[in-house]
Design a protein around this ligand. Sequence first.
Ligand SMILES: [Zn+2]
Length: 116
Amino acid sequence: MHETSLVLAMCSQIEEMARAQKAQEVLSITVRIGEVAGVEEEIFAFAFEVYKKENPLFKKSELKIEKIPARKKCLACGEEFQGLSLKKCPRCGKEQFSYTGGDELQIAKVELMVED
Ligand SMILES: [Zn+2]
């Protein structure tokens, strides 16, 4: 399941962050998932639930997911627009476009608990 490896990658990145700041716990993680990133939100969340049970650092972490809508750019006129359901450019009506966003998977925010 590729969501599991994405969770692993995300958590090891956060772990490094936490270690660098000498944090005891990760309180929450906000992650941005693009509409066309090919990530199943529910599976991703589930994989995280599984992961956090085995990792004390993440025991109390809350996972927040922000969905990022797909952005497209018309190849004919350069118009940029949003929305997966739009199959035609709203300006010129052509049906050829590329994605300029919505394929991201990124950590937006991490809250750490640091005690000394
Ligand atoms: Zn166009």
